[in-house]
Design a protein around this ligand. Structure first.
Ligand SMILES: C[S@@+](CC[C@H](N)C(=O)[O-])C[C@H]1O[C@@H](n2cnc3c(N)ncnc32)[C@H](O)[C@@H]1O
Length: 266
């Protein structure tokens, strides 16, 4: 469905625009993901769409192609032991350290459709609401994908999505049923600020972050891109802050603030 040149072009485009590396044997996968985009734009096949991508700087089409190829997989409280570690150790320490300033800045970089950021917001409300009363809490959540961010901002999730990772008690406490789906509580929605950000592009100025969740995105990138992003993260992170990577990721950078959380860690 995709000739070698077109496949190579798409791989370069994705690497160039999003830092995502595609394996040499993923041509079928790429073709399957691109086909709905081509159909939506009424191209007869993939090749004319790829010609358009090559010859015109069509930002909308490029963005749609990129979004169709990146993995948006996420869920509430994904890898639950991370959230146990956040609740039991990481957040209490950060809150104790920040008590004089009464200010806490958290960044979920690559937040997909918002479940990760809302999981952090739920923990803050459930466990730390009293401590954090009249604190300035900044919970920033960014992603490359505008489509994912639209859902994140809406706070609307399907039945299947809320059943992945939420206990019945949390569902009752933080959501209300809305037709076939579920709507997150407005107070949680107001806690999170969603913003489009490509981690490989220029970043706007950020406040110093006490905690950064950078989970399950570097795994799709090549080592040079990972290192570049992590080096920039080092500058944004508080000298005693924590950056949390996904369970199959490691930084390769000797920085005590970077962590992969393993089940049962103390
Ligand atoms: C697999 S999801 C991970 C979501 C969440 N962090 C989690 O662990 O459940 C990866 C997300 O990274 C985003 N992403 C990929 N490349 C990116 C980039 N260069 N800049 C920002 N976000 C990116 C994708 O749009 C996708 O939503």
């Amino acid at each position: 469905m995709l000739d070698n040149n077109s496949f190579a072009f798409i791989c370069e485009l994705l690497e160039d625009q999003a830092g995502i590396a595609i394996e040499a044997d993923q041509d079928q996968f790429v073709a399957c993901r691109l086909l709905p985009v081509a159909q939506k734009h009424r191209f007869d096949s993939l090749e004319p769409m790829i010609t358009q991508l090559r010859t015109r700087n069509d930002r909308h089409l490029i963005q749609e192609v990129i979004e169709s190829l990146v993995t948006h997989e996420t869920s509430f409280f994904r890898d639950a032991h991370y959230f146990d570690e956040l609740t039991e150790r990481i957040l209490p320490r950060l809150i104790a350290r920040q008590a004089p300033e009464r200010r806490l800045s958290i960044w979920c970089a690559a937040c997909s459709t918002g479940q990760e950021a809302y999981s952090v917001a739920m923990i803050l409300r459930e466990q730390f609401a009293q401590h954090l009363n009249d604190w300035h809490i900044e919970l920033l959540a960014t992603d490359l994908s505008e489509i994912s961010l639209q859902q994140a901002r809406s706070g609307c999730y399907t039945d299947v999505e809320v059943r992945r990772g939420l206990t019945p008690a949390r569902l009752t406490q933080h959501f209300r049923q809305d037709g076939d789906g579920w709507q997150i509580d407005d107070r949680l929605k107001r806690m999170v600020h969603f913003q489009q950000l490509n981690l490989t592009a220029v970043w706007p100025p950020f406040p110093t972050m006490d905690l950064i969740l950078l989970r399950n995105v570097l795994v799709y990138m090549n080592p040079a891109t990972r290192e570049k992003i992590l080096t920039r993260m080092q500058r944004v992170l508080h000298p005693e802050g924590r950056l949390i990577l996904g369970s199959s990721e490691s930084s390769g950078i000797p920085d005590a603030r970077f962590a992969t959380v393993r089940p049962g860690m103390k």
